[in-house]
Design a protein around this ligand. Structure first.
Ligand SMILES: Nc1ncnc2c1ncn2[C@@H]1O[C@H](COP(=O)(O)OP(=O)(O)OP(=O)(O)O)[C@@H](O)[C@H]1O
Length: 373
């Protein structure tokens, strides 16, 4: 692996009972891969990124880049940030206002002969699609353009690894996702290895080959987007990524292997279905995504519409089963039913995701078992 983090811990204090900001996080990236860290505010994303940059010391664990130990290990290595060969892009661009765009991009290249520097600046501006802005001042560019210049400046030094901390968060939502796609294309074009921090899922999905979901300092899962959605490793990941609910289930043995009995019927997943006995009394909670349920007038199970949200091509219906549980279902928007109406639904679940049964405190009007995380 090109970048390897092994049980990295970052602590800001030693007071008794103080939790580390990052708690034994492990992840790896191959050359040319883009990783993204997501999670709620304060979960430790920036602290982990700063530890990779060498801006925070590690309290435990090791960080290795291209086989070279950067932090930690038996010798307590700590390579200085400027000697790591790592480039950084921050939220606030940090372009020098008094320098032209070209001089900003060439700022870290003063050690190079002039012609070489000029060539590299031109290449980088070409790469980010802004060659025509070379002579302008940064304030004459839009926010998205300034961020692409910041990216060009970081890449001009040919770093071994690029770190980006919420690079699009000061831009408006539409631009953010478009720029995320553009930046991914730019990084892929030069086979750069990069680690991003964001709290925006769409951005993470648009840009990342691998995504890490953090909560309370812990990296809960480091995986491809598909796996985070369909095979979440923890209840937290299940709740953080996408819509859905948990239904109570009971693992039952059958001729074709185990299945999980739910109020919507028996669910079978031949790859991953838990074996009977994996949970206490075989009782579990089953994750049901809004796209795991289909509306079918002929289905035996009926549910009453409690809420509906128009999503253009679909409605997201929140339904209550006769047995009390709540589910959500995406239905093509030409099926426009009224709140209070009973509609038929049936499960269409490829991935049966189960966790040990957890009974939550019910809030008003909510069935106790339907909270997702
Ligand atoms: N320099 C510091 N000194 C003390 N505590 C810090 C410091 N920096 C961060 N923390 C604490 O460490 C924890 C993780 O913070 P961090 O900034 O890494 O989270 P984050 O996930 O990047 O959050 P956000 O999305 O809000 O930027 C938080 O509890 C934060 O208060």
């Amino acid at each position: 692996m090109f970048l390897q983090l092994d049980r990295v811990t970052v602590s800001y204090g030693t007071a008794p009972g103080q939790r580390p900001a990052v708690d034994a996080a492990s992840l790896s990236l191959s050359p040319g891969q883009i990783g993204v860290l997501i999670g709620p505010s304060g979960c430790g994303k920036t602290s982990l990124l700063r530890a990779v940059a060498g801006l925070e010391p590690t309290a435990a664990g090791t960080i290795t880049l291209a086989g070279q130990p950067l932090s930690g290990g038996l010798q307590g290595v700590h390579v200085a940030p400027e000697d790591r060969g790592i480039g950084m892009v921050f939220q606030d661009y940090a372009l020098f206002p008094h320098l032209s765009v070209a001089d900003n991009v060439g700022f870290g290249l003063r050690h190079l002969p002039r012609t070489e520097r000029q060539r590299r600046v031109a290449d980088m501006l070409e790469l980010v699609g802004l060659a025509h802005t070379a002579k302008r001042a940064p304030h004459q560019l839009s926010g998205g353009q300034q961020q692409r210049i910041a990216l060009a400046r970081a890449l001009a030094r040919q770093p071994r690894l690029l770190l980006l901390d919420e690079p699009f968060s000061s831009l408006d939502v539409d631009l953010r996702e478009r720029l995320a796609h553009d930046v991914r294309a730019i990084l892929k074009q030069i086979n750069a290895t990069a680690l991003f921090v964001t709290h925006d899922q769409l951005e993470a999905f648009a840009i990342g080959d691998l995504i890490g979901v953090m909560s309370n300092g812990q990296l809960q899962q480091w995986d491809e987007a598909y796996a985070l959605y369909h095979r979440p490793a923890t209840r937290f990941v299940a709740g953080f990524i996408g819509h859905g609910v948990f239904l109570p289930g009971q693992v039952v043995a059958g001729n074709d292997g185990p299945s999980v009995r739910t109020p919507l019927g028996d669910l079978t997943d031949h790859d991953e279905c838990p074996l009977p006995g994996a949970f206490a009394d075989d009782r579990c909670d089953v994750l049901l995504r809004a796209d795991d349920i289909v509306h079918d007038d002929d289905a035996q199970v009926k549910a009453r519409i409690e809420r509906k949200a128009f999503r253009g091509s679909e409605f997201l219906y929140t339904l209550r089963l006769a047995t009390g549980e709540q589910v959500q279902v995406l239905v093509p928007s030409h099926h426009d039913h009224a709140i209070g109406e009973w509609i038929g639904i049936r499960p269409q679940v490829d991935h049966v995701v189960t966790f040990p049964r957890e009974v939550h405190e019910a809030t008003e009007g909510e069935h106790p078992l339907t909270k997702i995380a």
